[in-house]
Design a protein around this ligand. Sequence first.
Ligand SMILES: *Cc1c(COP(=O)(O)O)cnc(C)c1O
Length: 389
Amino acid sequence: MSRKHFETDAIRTQINRTEFLEHSAPMYITSSFVFDDAEEMRAAFTGENPRNIYSRFTNPNTTEFVDKVCHMEGAQAGYAFATGMAAVFSSLAALLDSGDHIVSARSVFGSTHTLFTKYLPKWNIETSYFNVDQPQEIESLIRPTTKILFAETPTNPAVDILDLAYLGEVAKKHNLILVIDNCFATPYLQRPIEFGADLVIHSATKLMDGQGRVLGGITVGSEDLVNEIYLFSRNTGPAMSPFNAWILSKSLETLAVRMDRHCDNALKVATFLEEHPKINFVKYPFLKSHPQYEIAKKQMSQGGSILAFEIKGGVEAGRNFLNAVNLCSLTSNLGDTRTIVTHPASTTHSKLSVEDRLEVGISDGLVRVSIGLEHYEDIIADLKQALEA
Ligand SMILES: *Cc1c(COP(=O)(O)O)cnc(C)c1O
């Protein structure tokens, strides 16, 4: 699908220049667009003459952002949302009817899990879960009403890997729509459509922006599915703001160079942690010790920027570790230039029972680190002093 190399498309995919011949695309901060006459307006509204009408539908800045991501993912079409969760919710809401059923990996992003367990049941949509280490369970969960197979890989926060080729095969065999949240990998490391995904979702808030500035989300995939999502969204209003699209489109120009450094730093930190005596294990997709290392190698070009490790001493040790870091930030974002540490058992997943936490790979001492772009020696020095504090 891409015309040139990843980096070149990321930089050179641009909306048309205006009469001012600007080099860098300007911001189109406007709610609506004007028509010359009644006929032009009529043809725009029927779709005979596709063009910008109103920024809830399309806007030049969001179009540029969407076009870039479509090139990156090898997708036919896309729609940009205000947040990653707006992308997840609107995409599912557009495609599912009352009585439909979802099969999902058990470990998915917290709000996605809440959507499945608390809100979709209001519209009579049920979800069944498989464990990430037992994908062979999937086929036994499929019902005549199953419409969507949903997964993230790598997973948040336990950094497990699901076999995209296998998911693609199962989805095809049972005629399911395969939806992959590709947030942790980014299209620079992994392109789920090549393995059979029908839709790919991103929280652009994370590595796509990569600098912790704006919220955003996007869904890309096959034209017919994206068109249904577009029509739903155009009427229900979860659109990305043109300002955020402008920021994110510029951010994508540096995605490749940022990801190379994120992954380089992360592998160095993971290798350091693996040898530390206060640590039981480190989970990083490109460490040989990762349980799904072979699958990661097959579908990702590098290991990503997120790793998880288990500190000896449970919840208390995890909390003490967070209190002892100096350089690293304690915040709930990830995929930032700044390294971020979190302790899921005492924060995002504290309401779950110990057993429920373990089912999604979160032990009491599990720490998640989103490796930033600081010099790796400074990141390692901070983690080292915190472990030894
Ligand atoms: C953050 C995140 C989301 C939600 O994105 P927002 O932009 O915060 O709404 C969805 N999926 C994954 C894997 C995430 O990390």
